[in-house]
Write a protein that binds this ligand. Structure first.
Ligand code: V1P
Ligand code: CA
Ligand code: ZN
Length: 394
């Protein structure tokens, strides 16, 4: 049974497309789609599938994707292969040369269009399951590509499945809240709905680098607290910029009071939560210090409001940590996080978890936040965010 601490069972739909596991960004790239297959391996071996409806998805159609892409960019994505690549056209849409190039964010992937159609198809189907009232929580770990814009790729994201899903949700729900706990700013989603009063976006992210590079650029460089939206969407864009080193306690001190206020003031009819796992401790790109439980606390907290909830993936570059996290969050969705044992069951991918002692919960090594996150600094970020939300009352 999937009884829950708050006494209500949730109908959970889980979307998984095995066609994504073999997508290859190139040998030097940090984005590894196999992490979704690893997550699925854990979810299966922990026996969480019987508590959900497992749904295979169909790829999004060209017509469906046309709603969020410019004609130029859609044709490029559809027709682009390593063989047809032309530098002038591709670069206009921020797609770099071939996947072998080092540090090329958006390479020409083999089967690029099919990959985009599949991860977007999952998010679209998940949104439809919520919109029709068929499920309370819908999950697509291969989605969450928050940087993509209508005319160009950005930060490993080619099409914005989140925008597609939110547009679908708006057909069924008057107000949709988007929350982004990826370590990077959710710029693509924010930009798309900046002037739309029906959608509120809230991103928690690292702003500036840690260590000696405190004032230097951390991708994508946007998302300051002053960035609040415009027109009908004014104060419906919320940004919570944090310093490197943020830990569980500090994150919760910001996330809980800020989201409590957002829920009370905006009163969403549906929530989309982008669960980028690069905010975990030990990530290859992010410099936060969250444990799997600390990350999942965000899922647990938003789930407790009993509003239709869409859970999406996103970033996450230490792939064993990512799979642990998304498996644990799947358990949170079905209300079984207290029941799953820490020892990882045999399932064929267990060799990936050697460094974490074959345990689901790995040790967070650094304790305590970066010295820069003083109490005063934390109070400032929280108060600035709360002030922005309270402007919605007026
Ligand atoms: O910083 C950049 C480039 C430098 N240009 C001016 C932009 N790119 C970052 C992109 C990070 C994307 C994160 C995506 C997500 O939010 C959602 C899926 O997680 C970047 C970095 C970095 N350290 O910030 N790209 C790479 N590292 C990279 C590393 C190896 C191979 C290819 C790219
Ligand atoms: Ca974020
Ligand atoms: Zn990220």
């Amino acid at each position: 049974s999937s009884s829950c601490p708050d006494g209500r069972k949730r109908r959970v739909c889980y979307y998984y497309d095995p066609g994504i596991a073999n997508v290859d960004y190139g040998a030097h790239h940090v984005m590894v789609p196999r992490r979704v297959a690893m997550t699925h391996g854990l979810v299966t071996s922990y026996k969480l599938l019987p508590d959900m409806e497992l749904l295979r998805t169909r790829p999004a159609t060209e017509d469906e994707l046309a709603g969020i892409l410019t004609d130029d960019y859609r044709r490029l994505l559809r027709d682009l292969t390593p063989g047809t690549y032309r530098a002038d056209t591709a670069r206009r849409h921020h797609i770099g040369a071939l996947s072998g190039d080092k540090r090329n964010d958006n390479p020409v992937i083999d089967g690029l269009w099919d990959y985009c159609a599949r991860y977007a198809g999952g998010s679209l189907a998940a949104a439809r399951a919520l919109g029709s009232g068929k499920s309370d929580i819908a999950i697509n770990w291969s989605g969450g590509m928050h940087h993509a814009c209508s005319g160009e790729a950005s930060g490993f994201c080619y099409v914005n499945d989140i925008v597609l899903a939110i547009r679908e949700l708006l057909a069924a729900f008057p107000r949709v809240l988007y929350v982004d706990i990826d370590v990077h700013h959710g710029d693509g989603v924010e930009k798309y709905f900046a002037a739309d009063g029906r959608v509120m976006t809230a991103s928690f992210h690292q702003y500036g680098r840690g260590g000696k590079g405190g004032d230097t650029f951390f991708f994508p460089g946007t998302g300051s607290a002053e960035d609040v939206g415009e027109g009908a969407g004014k104060y419906r864009t919320l940004n919570v910029p944090m310093k490197a080193g943020m830990d569980d306690a500090g994150y919760r001190e910001l996330f809980v009071p800020i989201m409590r206020e957002v829920m009370g003031v905006f009163r969403p009819d549906a929530i989309v939560l982008q669960c980028g796992a690069d905010s975990l401790s030990g990530d290859k790109l992010g410099e936060f210090n969250l444990s799997v439980r600390g990350h999942a606390e965000c899922v647990r907290y938003l789930r407790s409001f009993n509003v239709p909830l869409l859970l999406l993936g996103g970033g996450g570059y230490t792939i064993n940590h990512v799979a642990s996290c998304w498996c644990y969050e799947t358990a949170v969705a079905v209300g079984k996080e207290k029941e799953i044992p820490d020892d990882i069951p045999h399932h064929g991918y267990e060799h990936y978890y050697k460094d974490q002692g074959y345990k689901l919960h790995y040790g967070v090594t650094k304790v305590g936040r970066n010295a820069a996150s003083t109490k005063e600094h934390m109070d400032n970020i929280r108060n600035e965010a709360l002030k922005n939300v309270q402007n919605l009352h007026e």
